[in-house]
Design a protein around this ligand. Structure first.
Ligand SMILES: [Zn+2]
Length: 174
């Protein structure tokens, strides 16, 4: 009910810009309570991102992606599961920043042991294809693991210098 109320404020708020930004923060907080392993928070953030994409709430998408980025890269919670990846790939358009992040995170953190424990058929074909494309780039030397992550890789900045002014980056770079 709280989420519905906040969403209605998002859609029909009178002071559109102010309400939209504040409501996005409140909605994010509602969805980021966590269990011990961090899996619930990962699950909720992916679903919240899909929700924000479906209802076209850009601010909420940016906030959610940053929260997921920090959760995965700093909280030592492990990678999103195959079912979480499947949900994202089945509900987001091709080229979505969240899909890029899921692929990059797997290529960066997954070991051969991790992949031995996975069943390839549990992942969507587009995910497997994306992983192969990235690993091919690693193998050919076009991409290196040492480069790591930059949250701005998942923003639509027109020019590189715009990253310096990005309010969602705030020095976040791994
Ligand atoms: Zn940025």
């Amino acid at each position: 009910m709280v989420i519905l109320f906040i969403f209605l404020r998002l859609v029909w708020g009178s002071a559109w810009g102010e309400v939209k930004g504040r409501a996005a923060e409140e909605l994010l907080e509602e969805w980021t309570d966590d269990d011990e392993s961090g899996g619930k928070k990962t699950d909720n953030l992916i679903k919240l991102y899909v929700f924000a994409d479906k209802y076209d709430v850009p601010r909420l998408k940016l906030d959610t992606l940053l929260e997921l980025f920090m959760h995965i890269t700093t909280d030592d919670v492990g990678l999103p599961s195959s079912s979480q990846c499947r949900y994202a790939f089945e509900n987001l358009p091709e080229g979505s920043p969240l899909l890029h992040f899921l692929l990059d995170a797997h290529c960066f953190y997954a070991s051969d042991k991790y992949w031995h424990l996975q069943e390839a058929e549990d992942f969507p074909p587009a995910f497997i294809n994306g992983i192969l494309i990235r690993y091919t780039a690693y193998a050919s030397g076009d991409r290196t693991r040492s480069v790591g992550f930059d949250i701005c890789d998942y923003h639509d900045h027109k020019e590189y210098k715009d990253r310096n002014r990005c309010e969602w980056a705030a020095g976040v770079c791994y």
